[in-house]
Design a protein around this ligand. Structure first.
Ligand SMILES: Nc1nc2c(c(=O)[nH]1)N[C@H]1C(S)=C(S)[C@@H](COP(=O)(O)OP(=O)(O)OC[C@H]3O[C@@H](n4cnc5c(=O)[nH]c(N)nc54)[C@H](O)[C@@H]3O)O[C@H]1N2
Ligand SMILES: Nc1nc2c(c(=O)[nH]1)N[C@H]1C(S)=C(S)[C@@H](COP(=O)(O)OP(=O)(O)OC[C@H]3O[C@@H](n4cnc5c(=O)[nH]c(N)nc54)[C@H](O)[C@@H]3O)O[C@H]1N2
Ligand code: SF4
Ligand SMILES: [Mo]
Length: 894
C-alpha cells in the first residue's frame, strides 16, 4: 500500500519584530518555501499579524547572510575563531583588567542568549560592562518603575485594552509600531463606542486616526503637562486619598512640586503649545474616567528627562489609585521582541541578574547560585559611556551581538570612529554587511529567526517560545552557544556546559526562584524549570504553581522595602540642547510602518519597500515656504554634529518648527542613511537613555544641477564606485535595484562621470541616447558575459531645475525593474508610478483613487474592489487620507 505523504507541520513560534509579541505559525513546504500565518491560539494576536509579520517568509533568504567566521577579512574555522576570541579577551583582561572588555547586546537576542552573556560578563569575567540597545529603548521606563514600584515591573496587561474606558497614548505611534495592539484598540472601540482615546504626540500620526483628542504637545514638555494634571486632580478632589495613605509615600512632596512648577492653566497650555480647551479636556477626561490606561513609548523614554516623564505619568496613576487594576494602569509598551526578557535576566550594566541589583544580599545570592567568586560588584558602563570608553581606548575589546550601533547610537560617526580604532571588535550577526560589521575584526555567524530557538517576553510579561523550523545557514550557530563556547575556551567550562536552550532556560528559571524566602523578588518563574521546554505555552510572569498573573500590584503591595509605592517630586527641565538662532528647528526621529530598524530583514521583503522608498524629512509647508524650498526637493539638514541631504516632504501633521526623520536607512543603502550622525549623545542623567527625539537643527535649500535614475539587476556599491554622487538612495525591488542619484555637477559632466564609472566597474555593451539640447541623457548596458539581449543597467540623467520632473524620477522607484528599465530609456513611464499604500495586497495610491472614481465611497467599498486595507489593516488611516484627497463626496468610515 502506498504510504500517505506526511503533511508539513505548522510550527508555533513568535514574531521577531516588535514587543507586541504575536504568535506565528510557520510551515516549511515540500519545495522548501515557507508559509507564515498568525497563531490563532496565541493570546496576544489571536491569529492576526501586521504587514511585517505577514511578510516574514520573504525575509528568509540566503542572500546577504553571514555564513562563515572571519578574522580580519579571512575566512577561518569556527574552532580557530572561537579560540581567537577567547584568547584575545583573556589577554586584554590579563593586561588591563576585566573592565577593559565589554559586550554590547540587544533586545533582539533571546532570553537564553542574554542569560549566558550576562553570566559570562558579570559572573566570570567579573565586570558589568554588558549593556544593551535596550538602553536606547526602555531604560527610562526601567528606572522609573524601580523608583515608583521598587522593581522594574509593568503592572498592566493587554486585556486592559478591552477593559479600559479611556486609553491615553503618550509618545507612542502604536498604529505603526505595535499594529496588532492598535488593532485591539480599534476593535475595543467598536465594541464600546464610549471608549475615549487620547493621543499625546507632537505629530499627528496615523495613531490619531482613532483618537477623539490629540494633544500635539511641544516636544519635551510632558513632565510639565502631567504636573499640571496632578494639580488639577487635587483641585478637583479626584485624588484617591485612602489609596494614597495606605499604599504610597511622598504624595505631599510630589504635589508641592506640581503646584510650584505649574503656572496658570493658560500659561501651561501655552508652554505645552496646546489649546487651553484641548488641555483641559484631557485633564477632565483623565479625572472623570477611572478606567484610564496610559500606554507610553519612545516619545516619553527617549528624552533627557525620560525617567521623569515616566514618573510624572505614574504619579497621576498613583494619585488616583489606578495601578494594576482592570483597565487602569500605566503601561510601558516595549519596542523589541525581547526587550523585556533582557531586563528580566539582568542584561544591562546597571543591574546584576534576574531583577537583582548589586546589594550585598543579592551579590551573595548570585555568587552562590553561579558558584563564582568573581562576580562583579558594581554598575558597569551604560551604552553611551561604554562607547566613550572605547573611543578613549580604555575598552580594548568589545563583542557586539544583534545590534547595529554604528547606525542606531547617537553621534554615530563618532561610534564608527571609536570602533575603527578599537583593537578588537567582535560582531556576531546574521548578515554579512552592515555599518557595524564594516568596523569588525572578527565576525561570528549567528542563526536567524526561523533557525534559532528560545524564549522571548513581550510588553505584558508574557513569556513565549520562539521555535526553529529551518536548518541553520552555513556555519551559523545560536548566540548562546557562541558565547558559551568562548566562555569554555576562556577557562570557565564548568559554568557553561549547557547542552541546549532548554538547559539554559531551566537554569535561569531556577535562579528566579533561588532563595526567594530570604530575598523575595517579584520575578519568579522557577516552576518553568520543571516543565517540558518544548511544550511551553505563552504565560505571564510571575508564575506560581500553574497560575500566571495578568496584573501586578493589584493589592497595593509594591516591591519597595516599605511595600508602598513612591511618588517622585518633579520639575520640568528643558532638553539637553535647546533650539537657538543657529539651529532653530527640532529634529524628531522614529519609525515607519513597514520597516524594522536598519532594514536587515524588512529591507529584503520587497513588498515592504514601497510604502516609503526614501528617507523623507517631514516638514510643515509653512517652514518650507519660509525657506523658499519646494515640496519634494532635496534639502540640507544640519546640526552641531553634522549635515545630511534628504528629501523634504511637506505635511501638516508636523507642527511648524518641528521635523521628523525615519531611522531605517544606513550607510549601506543611502547617502543620508545614518541620521543618528546628526543626533547629539545627550542622555537622561538617571537612565542613560539618549535624547533621540530632540536635536536642534537648521534646514536649507540644497542646490544641485543633476539627478539620475539608475536601474540595475545587480546591487551596486554606489558609495564606492560612484564617489561623485552627493545624494543617493537604494531601493530593493522584486528582481533588481533602483537608485536615485543627485549631484552638483552639470548633467553632461555627471552623465559622463557615471557612464565611465559604471563602464570601469562592470562594462560590456551599451546603448546611448543623448539630447544635449534638453540636457537629458539616457544610457543602458549589460554586464559582461550576460546574454546579449539582456538589459542590466539603465540610467537617465536630467537637469535638476524641474521639481515635477524630479518627483517623477524619484517615483520611478515604484515600477518593476523591467518597466523601470524601459521607462528610463523612453523618458516616460507606461503606467503612472504611485506610492504603495497597502503592503499586504500591494495596492497603490493610484489604485485607490481608481476605486474611488469607480464609485467606492467607504473604506470597506475600497477594500471590496481593490483589497486595500483588508490585510493587516495598518494602512486604513492612509486609505482614508487618499479618499479625502479625492474630489468626490465620500464617507470616511470603515
Ligand atoms: N514598524 C516598526 N515598528 C516598530 C519598530 C520599527 O523599527 N518599525 N521598532 C520597535 C521598537 S525597538 C520600538 S522602541 C518601538 C517604538 O515605538 P514608538 O515609541 O511608538 O515609535 P517612535 O516612532 O520611536 O516614537 C513615538 C512617537 O513619539 C513622539 N514624540 C517625540 N517627542 C515627543 C515628546 O516630547 N512627547 C511626546 N508625548 N511624544 C513625543 C514622536 O513624534 C513619535 O510619533 O517600536 C517598535 N515597533
Ligand atoms: N535617532 C534614533 N536612534 C534610535 C532610535 C530612535 O528612535 N531614533 N531608536 C532606538 C531604539 S528604541 C532601538 S531598539 C535601536 C535599534 O537599533 P539596532 O539595535 O541597531 O537595530 P537593528 O538595525 O535591528 O540591528 C540588529 C542587528 O542584529 C542582527 N540580528 C538580528 N537577529 C539576530 C540574532 O538573533 N542574533 C544576532 N547575533 N544578530 C541578530 C541584524 O542582522 C542587525 O544587523 O535603535 C535606537 N536608535
Ligand atoms: S504587531 Fe509586532 S509582533 Fe505582531 S506581527 Fe506586527 S511586528 Fe510582529
Ligand atoms: Mo526600541
Amino acid at each position: 500500500m502506498q504510504k500517505l505523504k506526511q503533511l508539513p507541520k505548522w510550527v508555533k513560534t513568535t514574531c521577531p519584530y516588535c514587543g507586541t509579541g504575536c504568535g506565528v505559525e510557520a510551515q516549511v513546504n515540500q519545495d522548501n518555501s515557507v508559509t507564515i500565518r498568525g497563531d490563532e491560539s496565541h493570546p496576544t494576536n489571536l491569529g492576526n499579524l501586521c504587514s511585517k509579520g505577514l511578510m516574514l517568509a520573504d525575509t528568509l533568504v540566503p542572500e546577504g547572510r553571514l555564513t562563515e567566521c572571519y578574522i580580519r577579512g579571512q575566512v577561518q574555522s569556527m574552532e580557530t575563531t572561537l579560540s581567537y576570541v577567547a584568547s584575545s579577551f583573556n589577554k586584554v583582561i590579563a593586561e588591563h583588567g576585566p573592565d577593559a572588555v565589554a559586550f554590547y547586546v540587544s533586545g533582539q537576542l533571546l532570553t537564553e542568549d542574554y542569560y549566558v552573556a550576562n553570566k559570562l560578563m558579570k559572573g566570570f569575567i567579573g565586570s558589568s560592562n554588558i549593556d544593551s540597545n535596550s538602553r536606547l529603548c526602555m531604560s527610562s521606563a526601567v528606572v522609573a518603575h524601580k523608583r515608583a514600584f521598587g522593581e522594574d515591573a509593568v503592572p498592566a496587561c493587554y486585556a486592559d485594552i478591552e477593559a479600559a474606558e479611556h486609553i491615553c497614548l503618550v509618545g507612542s505611534n502604536l498604529a505603526w509600531c505595535h499594529p496588532i495592539l492598535f488593532r485591539r484598540i480599534q476593535q475595543a472601540k467598536i465594541a464600546n463606542p464610549n471608549l475615549k482615546i487620547t493621543v499625546i504626540d507632537p505629530r499627528r500620526t496615523d495613531t490619531c486616526d482613532i483618537t477623539d483628542l490629540h494633544l500635539a504637545i511641544r516636544p519635551g514638555t510632558d513632565v510639565a503637562l502631567y504636573n499640571g494634571l496632578l494639580e488639577f486632580l487635587d483641585q478637583e478632589n479626584a485624588c484617591d486619598l485612602a489609596y494614597i495613605a495606605a499604599h504610597t509615600e511622598g504624595f505631599e512632596a510630589a504635589l508641592k512640586s506640581a503646584y510650584q512648577s505649574t503656572p496658570s492653566w493658560v500659561e501651561l497650555a501655552e508652554f505645552c503649545n496646546l489649546e487651553l480647551d484641548t488641555m483641559l479636556a484631557f485633564f477632565r477626561r483623565f479625572t472623570d474616567i477611572d478606567k484610564t490606561l496610559t500606554l507610553f513609548s519612545q516619545g516619553v523614554n527617549q528624552s533627557s528627562s525620560g525617567t521623569n516623564k515616566v514618573n510624572a505619568i505614574i504619579n497621576c496613576h498613583l494619585a488616583t489609585g489606578r495601578v494594576g487594576k482592570p483597565g487602569a494602569s500605566p503601561f510601558s509598551v516595549t519596542g523589541q521582541p525581547n526587550a523585556m526578557g533582557g531586563r528580566e535576566v539582568g542584561g544591562l550594566a546597571t543591574m546584576l541578574a534576574a531583577h537583582m541589583d548589586f546589594t550585598p544580599e543579592s551579590h551573595a545570592l548570585v555568587s552562590e547560585f553561579w558558584q563564582t567568586d568573581k562576580l562583579a560588584t558594581h554598575n558597569g558602563a551604560k551604552a553611551i559611556d561604554m562607547f566613550d570608553l572605547v573611543h578613549q581606548g580604555k575598552i580594548k575589546a568589545i563583542w557586539i551581538m544583534g545590534t547595529n550601533p554604528v547606525v542606531s547610537l547617537p553621534d554615530s560617526d563618532k561610534i564608527q570612529q571609536a570602533l575603527l580604532n578599537c583593537p578588537l571588535v567582535v560582531v556576531s550577526d546574521c548578515i554579512a554587511k552592515s555599518d557595524t560589521i564594516a568596523c569588525a575584526d572578527v565576525l561570528l555567524p549567528a542563526q536567524g529567526w526561523g533557525e534559532k530557538t528560545g524564549t522571548v517576553t513581550n510588553s505584558e510579561r508574557c513569556i513565549s517560545r520562539q521555535r526553529g523550523f529551518l536548518p541553520s545557514v552555513g556555519e551559523a550557530k545560536a548566540d548562546w552557544w557562541l558565547i558559551a563556547e568562548v566562555a569554555k575556551r576562556m577557562g570557565f567550562g564548568k559554568a557553561f556546559s549547557f547542552d541546549s536552550e532548554a538547559d539554559v532556560f531551566a537554569e535561569y528559571a531556577r535562579m528566579t526562584g533561588f532563595k526567594q524566602d530570604s530575598l523575595p523578588r517579584g520575578l519568579d518563574i522557577a516552576v518553568l524549570a520543571e516543565q517540558d521546554y518544548q511544550l511551553h505555552q505563552p504565560m505571564q510572569w510571575p508564575i506560581h504553581g500553574d497560575k500566571s498573573q495578568a496584573r501586578l500590584f493589584t493589592d497595593g503591595q509594591f516591591s519597595t522595602p516599605s511595600g508602598k509605592a513612591n511618588f517622585i517630586p518633579l520639575y520640568h527641565k528643558s532638553a539637553a540642547s535647546e533650539v537657538c538662532q543657529d539651529y532653530p528647528m527640532i529634529l524628531n526621529t522614529g519609525r515607519n510602518r513597514d520597516q524594522w530598524h536598519s532594514m536587515s530583514r524588512t529591507g529584503l521583503a520587497t513588498k515592504l519597500n514601497g510604502h516609503m522608498p526614501e528617507p523623507l524629512l517631514s516638514i510643515n509647508p509653512q517652514d518650507l515656504s519660509e525657506r523658499g524650498i519646494v515640496d519634494g526637493s532635496l534639502v540640507a539638514v544640519e546640526s552641531v554634529q553634522g549635515q545630511l541631504l534628504v528629501r523634504a516632504h511637506a505635511t501638516v501633521s508636523q507642527n511648524p518648527g518641528e521635523l521628523f526623520l525615519p531611522i531605517h536607512w544606513s550607510r549601506q543603502n543611502a547617502s543620508a542613511g545614518a541620521i543618528s550622525s546628526l543626533v547629539a549623545a545627550h542622555t537622561d542623567p538617571l537612565s542613560g537613555q539618549p535624547e533621540n527625539k530632540y536635536t536642534p537643527v537648521k534646514v536649507s535649500v540644497w542646490s544641485h544641477s543633476s539627478r539620475a535614475a539608475l536601474w540595475s539587476q545587480r546591487r551596486l556599491q554606489v558609495a564606492k564606485i560612484l564617489p561623485m554622487v552627493d545624494y543617493w538612495v537604494e531601493r530593493r525591488l522584486e528582481q533588481g535595484f533602483f537608485y536615485y542619484l543627485a549631484c552638483v555637477a552639470e548633467p553632461a559632466t555627471f552623465f559622463q562621470q557615471l557612464k565611465l564609472a559604471l563602464h570601469n566597474s562592470y562594462m560590456t555593451k551599451q546603448v546611448d541616447y543623448e539630447n544635449a539640447a534638453e540636457q537629458k541623457y539616457r544610457f543602458a548596458m549589460s554586464f559582461q558575459g550576460d546574454s546579449k539581449d539582456s538589459l542590466d543597467i539603465s540610467l537617465m540623467v536630467t537637469p535638476a531645475n524641474d521639481v515635477d520632473d524630479d518627483s517623477w524620477l524619484a517615483s520611478l522607484t515604484m515600477l518593476t525593474p523591467e518597466v523601470g528599465l524601459r521607462a528610463t530609456l523612453k523618458g516616460e513611464a507606461e503606467t503612472p508610478p504611485s506610492r504603495m499604500i497597502c503592503a499586504c495586497h500591494q495596492v497603490t495610491e493610484y489604485d485607490i483613487i481608481q476605486a474611488v472614481e469607480a464609485g467606492a465611497d467607504t473604506v470597506a467599498a475600497v477594500g471590496g474592489c481593490s483589497k486595500a486595507g483588508t490585510g493587516c489593516g495598518s494602512c486604513i488611516p492612509e486609505i482614508k487620507r487618499v479618499m479625502a484627497s479625492c474630489d468626490i463626496a465620500i464617507t470616511l468610515v470603515s
